[in-house]
Design a protein around this ligand. Structure first.
Ligand code: ZN
Length: 488
């Protein structure tokens, strides 16, 4: 059995064994949200994917520093069509301080991530809090000769860089292809070539978000913040850089160029990209009318939705696909995920009700080894889930008495199931939200008292316990050898 973690490295286009620079420490940087709007479905996939990686590396014993940034500085290039930074525009229209807007949406993002069971990163740096460091990197790149100043702005000299290094290594492009596809962007007049990108932009008079620099009052180019904040917190060489596939070009390609220009070498060793989410087979977009916020999903308020879907249904659905595969949202698929997730949670609850025996007819250790093997193969969460479902069947057989298990094996089984379902896949039983550890023991305790009462022929007490449990939504079924219960 292969027991080493293997990850697909976008940079080398192959699966590679994961070897950290400085074990047991692991550094991960992931491009976080741009905070000028509500968190939406597109945010769910990278968040859950890298949360899975973060959780898994921790479970393997690594000490992980996970850095995920907040983009709160406008990036003109990202919104070239409108020609105005999105945060600044909203601030101007609503008479708000730009920070009020980015703070509001950062909080909304945090709330949604918490619902999805996404752990908080170790550090969450804001671009606006790292202007000094960004200016320093621009100076470094200028010093190395890979940038030029033009009319108060600073641009990265792609052609010069491409002569010494290869621009396009990550996305598999050549500069010639890029030349053909470069379209006219705002401020192009200041650039030597259309494919050069801004490291620093001089702010126009109406631009609200601006900072002083040696070149002009302005703001950093979008790609710069990630080059700067990743290396500030993880070092000039770090282990993993992640993000959505849509960021591979130009964002990540430019990041690599900036870091290489500044330091002479790559910053990140493994580049991991999650594939995108489509809705009914189409790319999500505001103009297509299929742009669904996470709040709309959780409440079922978008017109494309037949019902509300709980955060754990969404998480489970995302985990049912390997992160490099496409993932298509439809009501049918989400309803399937909802049913599957419910079955899994019922099996986890049933674990607390299994009677032990003096011999096991099941091989408990194989659950751990098979799950680890699947995860080690480039985080194959759908295979992990299918293995867990093999065990859902076994757990139900143990519960029905068709198979038997010793107390020791049952303890191991519970521990293994909890580890994979809750700690690594990051799922939680929403019916027992917040009280996962208390509900089962409390109900079992009451039902044991009830069994005692029955054996003493105290029918009044026995009925009272049963009726009161029914009142709060717990259905009790009597069996030959005891009882069974479930939350309605
Ligand atoms: Zn980034």
């Amino acid at each position: 059995m292969e027991n080493k973690l293997v990850l697909y490295n976008t940079l080398t286009r192959k699966k590679e064994e994961f070897i950290p620079y400085n074990p047991p420490f692991v550094g991960i940087y992931v491009c976080g949200p741009t905070v000028y709007g509500d968190p939406h479905l597109g945010h769910a996939r990278p968040a859950v994917t890298f949360d899975l990686l973060f959780r898994y590396l921790k479970s393997m014993g690594y000490k992980v520093r996970y850095v995920r940034n907040i983009t709160d500085v406008g990036h003109l290039e990202h919104d070239a069509d409108e020609g105005e930074d999105k945060i600044a525009k909203k601030a101007r229209l609503e008479q708000l301080e730009p920070m009020e807007i980015s703070h509001y949406y950062t909080e909304r993002y945090h709330d949604a991530m918490k619902e999805l069971g996404v752990l908080s990163p170790s550090i969450e740096p804001h671009a606006s809090g790292h202007i000094i460091e960004q200016i320093a990197m621009v100076e470094q790149i200028l010093e190395k000769g890979y940038a030029y100043i033009s009319n108060g702005s600073v641009y990265f000299d792609v052609e010069k860089y491409n002569k010494d290094y290869h621009y396009g290594r990550l996305s598999g492009r050549n500069l010639d292809d890029t030349k053909d596809n470069s379209r006219a962007l705002d401020g192009q007049d200041d650039k030597h070539n259309p494919y050069d990108f801004a490291l620093w932009k001089k702010a126009s008079p109406e631009h609200i978000m601006r900072w002083p620099s040696p070149w002009s009052d302005g703001f950093p180019g979008w790609h710069l913040e990630c080059s700067v904040m990743s290396t500030k917190y993880l070092g000039e060489k770090f282990d993993i850089h992640g993000g959505g596939m849509d960021l591979m070009f130009p964002h990540h390609e430019c990041e690599i160029a900036q870091n290489t220009a500044a330091s002479g070498h790559d910053a990140a060793r493994y580049w991991i990209h999650n594939n995108m989410i489509t809705i009914n087979g189409k790319k999500m977009g505001k103009s297509l009318g299929n742009f669904i916020t996470l709040e709309e999903l959780f409440n079922g308020t978008h017109e494309l939705l037949e019902q509300a879907y709980s955060p754990m249904t969404i998480r489970f659905f995302v985990l049912q696909a390997q992160y490099r595969s496409t993932l298509d949202f439809s009501n049918e698929a989400l309803q399937g995920a909802e049913k599957g997730f419910d079955r899994l949670m019922k099996a986890v609850e049933a674990l607390d009700k299994i009677k032990t025996s003096d011999k096991s007819t099941v091989e408990v250790a194989e659950l751990e080894s098979r799950c680890a093997e699947a995860m080690n193969d480039d985080l194959n969460s759908p295979v992990v889930i299918s293995i867990l479902f093999d065990w859902v069947r076994t757990i139900n057989q143990l519960h029905d008495g068709q198979q038997t298990i010793t107390a020791d094996d049952l303890a191991t089984l519970k521990q293994t199931v909890h580890k994979w379902v809750f700690d690594i896949l990051g799922l939680k039983n929403e019916k027992q939200d917040g009280n996962d550890n208390l509900v089962s023991p409390l109900v079992n305790m009451l039902l044991d008292i009830r069994s005692q009462a029955k054996s003493e022929k105290n029918w009044a007490l026995s009925d009272e316990i049963r009726n009161k449990l029914t009142d709060i939504g717990i259905r009790v079924k009597d069996r030959k050898d005891g009882y069974d219960w479930e939350i309605e």
